[in-house]
Ligand binder design. Structure first.
Ligand SMILES: Cc1ncc(COP(=O)(O)O)c(C=O)c1O
Length: 394
């Protein structure tokens, strides 16, 4: 490999959300944290060099989006995902967790319903609940070892005051990469019920071997006109601390409304680093990106073989996308609280417990595998050493 994903970089004492915040949360600095969804890998060198150029210039004034900022994203989407985006359709928004909230605020009124497929990434719930909207839950159905959408159930749950569908594609936490057919069904459903379709595709670049990501933007024109798309290079190139995302809104009227919200809330300027990062990421980091995907695939295979050999009662779902593994823990015969205690006190590893993703996630865990393999090995060995206590009852 030309790029180094094996070196363990100490992230403690850097105000790191994944390591320092979790150490504080659990009051234990010995834990290995496999929870928060960023990677323990250094960012690609061209991005680091780009930041250095900014640093050497020494002036960190107000910054605007550049032609290259738009152009590099447009060409990446064309090259990687075969979708054509017109520059005028793009809006800068600092974070997807901000844009989801702003979108809810712009296109729905308090009390109106918003559909979310559960288990779901918690900030998507928050975007609904903390803005006083109503959650219309659509549970994903686990069938034959794989999740599928349940649109028949949703037909029954949808109400006349439901106004929006929040889609996560690929899906965090269950790791599905939705097929074109599934996306078309969601699109037709939204058309039928006149719903705005907000599609969060932050994980769209991260697919497992053999899985083909299809962007919701590639659906037919009538559906495109309902879309608010959220993209970002921050997961793909491991730069979420840079704070950077793109919205793509094909319909002129909807885009204008969103532009007004962004203006009203003062979310319009990127940081000096965000512009540089986006330009570099989308144009100079293809090699790093390809090897990162291969390394994650290797970690996935390693995890499955380790668990099959030493901890077979964790059932790992297939991963089509993201760098997160979704594991069914029901075979262990313990409650979520007991399982969490075992992780934190016996195994000394932290993961996300499934109920973080709503009740539909209870009984599952999410494990982030975007770390040097040696670090995963350390974490899994700790778990395997304590496994006996878990399966024999605590
Ligand atoms: C589905 C999904 N959307 C959004 C985000 C966060 O995006 P941002 O950092 O731009 O707010 C994450 C991070 O884990 C995510 O998994």
């Amino acid at each position: 490999m030309a790029y180094d994903f094996d070196t363990i970089v100490d992230r403690r004492n850097t105000n790191c959300g994944r390591w320092d915040t979790m150490d504080k949360k659990y009051g234990n600095r010995r834990l290995i944290h496999l929870g928060v969804a960023d990677m323990d890998f250094r960012a690609p060198q061209p991005i680091i060099d780009g930041f250095r150029e900014c640093l050497d210039h020494g002036i960190f004034g107000y910054t605007d989006v550049s032609e290259a900022f738009y152009g590099s994203f447009i060409s990446w989407m064309e090259r990687k995902h075969a979708v054509n985006i017109n520059k005028k359709e793009i809006l800068f928004c600092p974070r997807i967790n901000i844009s989801a909230r702003l979108c809810v605020e712009t296109f729905t009124k308090p009390g109106e319903g918003i559909i979310i497929q559960t288990p779901a990434y918690a900030p998507l719930y928050d975007a609904i609940v903390k803005n006083g909207r109503k959650v219309i839950e659509s549970r994903l159905a686990a069938e034959n070892g794989k999740y599928r959408m349940d649109l028949e159930q949703l037909e029954k749950a949808v109400t006349p005051d439901t106004k929006m569908f929040l889609l996560c594609s690929p899906h965090n936490p269950v790791g599905r990469v939705w097929t074109k057919r599934e996306l078309e069904q969601v699109g037709e459903f939204c058309l039928k019920h006149r719903l705005v379709l907000y599609a969060d595709e932050i994980h769209g670049d991260i697919t497992a071997q053999g899985a083909d990501f299809v962007s919701t933007l590639s659906l037919r024109e009538e559906i495109r006109q309902l879309l608010v798309m959220a993209f970002s290079p921050t997961k793909t190139f491991n730069i979420p601390g840079v704070i950077l995302s793109y919205l793509v809104i094909p319909d002129d009227g909807m885009r204008k409304r969103m532009e007004n919200t962004i203006d009203r809330t003062g979310m319009h300027n990127p940081t000096v680093f965000a512009v540089k990062a986006a330009e570099k990421a989308y144009t100079e980091c293809d090699g790093w990106y390809r090897e990162m995907l291969a390394y994650i695939n290797g970690n996935d295979a390693y995890t499955r073989s380790f668990f099959a050999a030493y901890m077979p009662k964790f059932h790992i779902y297939p991963r089509e996308g993201t760098y997160l593994l979704w594991m069914d823990c029901s075979g262990l015969g313990c409650t979520e609280e007991e399982l969490e205690t075992w992780f934190l006190e016996k195994a000394q590893v932290s993961v996300y417990m499934g109920s973080v993703f709503g009740e539909a996630g209870r009984g599952y865990i999410r494990v982030n595998i975007a770390s040097p393999r040696k670090l995963l090995e350390q974490a899994y060995r700790r778990m395997a050493d304590a496994y006996g206590e878990l399966v024999s009852g605590m």
